[in-house]
Design a protein around this ligand. Structure first.
Ligand code: PLP
Length: 392
């Protein structure tokens, strides 16, 4: 048996434990009195066009075609639709021959990391980061290096980045809008990041890739812009997913886009195809590939999340709790007043508030609150948050 896999499978999951606790408390005090803020599952329905298109596809397409294998990199007409959308929306060069359809961002990341890393390489990311990055990076034979961010803004600390890059650095992995902080990287951040990577690649005589994990690209509020990274840094690989933008996380659909202007772009794309093959992905779900080809530019109603953010962030601030302003995604990363996260989470549980400790995101001393829940639950939970805050 593979010891690492055994350990991954048997390790206790904080979110699963919270889920079990929530079920137990719901039986005791009633489900309406338990406030589960632990899961990043979209709470807004997919747009109506999703249902309409699925029905139309099922009624009109030849079943063996609709449900059959597509080419490994994805159906060509689907990749054409996405390439057109990227070109028109972001004004960047795009090409179906550089798109690879995947089973969501998790698959996009595992495939991309396997495509760019060799054993012993390092992948740099910034804290706080999505918990699974460590698992994905280690599966690719590399080591994840989590660097500090500016604690006031959660924008990257560039001095730390310059100090961390070395000949083993294969890639820098970023996620904006960010899970768990909700922070969106500013254009100035992206420019500076690109400049550092260009200089370091030149100095080291190798290509350092920029991997951008973008499941929350469309989930932004107040007109905030999310820069398109291939415009700034040519050796960029975009890992995209429709899990959040179309509220389809269980359907497993996304893509990898290799910038056609990257150095050795063709070879890089073939390495992506090779990694997908080696990992046994075969092809992304055929029905959902065909669906998303017809839903380009469509997004679930993000105003619901924006309303939740305003309501909850506003209330928590009023109660004296603090968090960096989240401009996107659907999470608040709240500072634990005295830095003792375990006690804070235990006290929260006393009020039936289920919050995720920040340790798994590389930031002890914080908790993540996922506000992709009903507005009604947020309203009901506010007295519990107030009582929790009063303990500090
Ligand atoms: N990356 C980040 C930052 C996420 O938050 C998630 C899911 O929550 C993923 C990747 C995985 O997304 P998917 O469901 O598309 O695999």
């Amino acid at each position: 048996m593979n010891q690492r896999m055994y350990e991954l499978g048997s390790k206790r999951s904080v979110i699963r434990e919270l889920f079990e606790f929530g079920k137990k408390r719901a039986a005791e005090v009633g489900a309406e009195n338990v406030y589960d803020f632990s899961l990043g599952n979209p709470s807004v329905n997919p747009p109506q066009i999703v249902e309409d298109t699925l029905i139309d596809l099922l009624r009109t397409e030849e079943p063996t075609q609709l449900h059959g294998y597509t080419s490994a990199q994805g159906d060509l007409s689907v990749r054409k639709a996405i390439a057109d959308y990227i070109r028109k929306t972001h004004g960047v060069p795009s090409d179906p021959e550089f798109l690879y359809m995947t089973c969501g961002a998790a698959a996009s990341l595992t495939i991309t990391l396997s495509a760019v890393c060799n054993a012993g390489d390092e992948v740099i990311t910034f804290k706080p980061y999505f918990t699974e990055y460590k698992v994905f990076t280690e599966t690719a034979g590399a080591k994840l290096i989590g660097l500090v961010s500016d604690p006031e803004t959660f924008q990257p600390d560039f001095e730390a980045l310059e100090g961390a890059i070395n000949e083993k650095t294969a890639a820098v992995l970023i996620n904006s809008p960010n899970n768990p902080s909700g922070v969106v990287y500013s254009a100035a951040t992206v420019q500076k990041l690109a400049e550092i990577l260009r200089k370091a690649s030149e100095r080291l005589g190798k290509t350092i890739y920029l991997i951008t994990d973008e499941p929350y690209r469309e989930l932004v509020y107040g007109g905030v812009e999310v820069s398109y990274l291939t415009k700034y840094y040519k050796d960029t690989i975009v890992c995209y997913s429709y899990s959040k933008s179309l509220s389809l996380p269980g359907e497993r659909i996304g893509y990898i886009f290799v910038n056609p202007d990257a150095k050795d772009a063709r070879e890089l794309y073939l390495a992506v195809c090779g990694a997908g093959r080696a990992l046994g992905y075969v092809c992304a779900p055929s029905l959902f590939q065909k669906l998303i080809a017809r839903c380009q530019g469509v997004t679930s109603d993000v105003s619901v999340y924006e309303g939740n953010r305003d309501l909850l962030a506003g209330a928590l601030r009023k109660f004296g709790l603090t968090c960096v302003q989240p401009d996107g995604a659907f999470y608040l990363f709240v500072k634990v007043p005295d830095g003792d996260t375990d006690t804070f989470c235990e006290r929260a549980k006393k009020y039936n508030l289920l919050l995720v400790p920040g340790e798994g995101f590389g930031c002890d001393g914080y908790v993540r609150i996922a506000y992709c829940v009903s507005r009604d639950m947020i309203l009901r939970s506010l007295p519990a948050f107030e009582k929790l805050a009063k303990e500090y």
